[in-house]
Ligand binder design. Sequence first.
Ligand code: XMP
Length: 310
Amino acid sequence: MFEAKKFVENSMKDIQKIVGKSRVISACSGGVDSTVTTVLVHKAVGDKLVAVFIDDGLRREGEPEFVVKTLKSLGIKTKFVDAKAEFFAVFKGKTDAEEKRKAFRDKFYKTLGKAAREEQIEFIAQGTIKADVIETVGGIKSQHNVLEQIGINPEIYGYKILEPLRELFKPDVRKVARELGLPKEISERMPFPGPALSLRVLGEVTPEKIALVRKATEIVEEETEKLGTFQNFAVLHNDKATGIKKGKRVYGNIVTVRIVDSQDAVTAKARQVPYEVLMRISERITGEIPSVVRCLYDITDKPPSTIEFE
Ligand code: XMP
């Protein structure tokens, strides 16, 4: 039986021992894993920690503001890095899922490395959890935050890595969040991948496509808030389909909605969402986003699918 209180005590001692007199930067995206990591390290080393929020232009509506506000309210020193243009530049011309992940990972660690040098920091804390490591080692997909297991020495980016949650699965991370007294908005937050909306635009990632999928995601989240599912989101396809808008034929975009139940993201089941909810989502997505002519619902479990499309 996992004991969150014990975990917090032991992990604080470990962090203090590893870090010593050094300073630490924590890459915080606002998700439960990275926020718990940030708070845990802050509890262990206090002001020797600086949290960094990288605005990569791929976050959900209102997310950058939410994360910065949350960290400040917890009394954690926070650095905001606007790297939107740099991230979109690296996605140019990349259409393959793993290539996109690699591009994201490289830009992410270079940006963090730069912040670490500016802050004269030796350690980077990040919220890697057990499922990330398992899937990467198992060859399912290279989670962007798993480095050593795929043969990348993090020191090439100029720092050492601190991963206090790497032995935990998501439900235990949530227990630690509650133990640390984090608000429900964090402890019960829906999982969201590190490479964010870039995994939900199939094919090349552009600012316009991200804006589209951001809007569709907002609609899905609003309409499914009460379902209590593990993850609910929208995906923009790379191909087009014929439809009718304002009485005229248009060759427009396709959006798929994915709503799944899961415990730990290792397996998942597509939720049998009431038809009225799906209809409402479809009407809103095709009505509020002018270029979308078709809205689909994904009924596939994991396996054989994965949760994300990329
Ligand atoms: P999949 O798509 O592999 O997703 O079934 C399992 C869980 O991991 C998230 N995910 C990622 N998280 N970097 C991350 O930090 C990634 O590259 C990545 N790919 C998937 C996904 O949202 C789900 O919760």
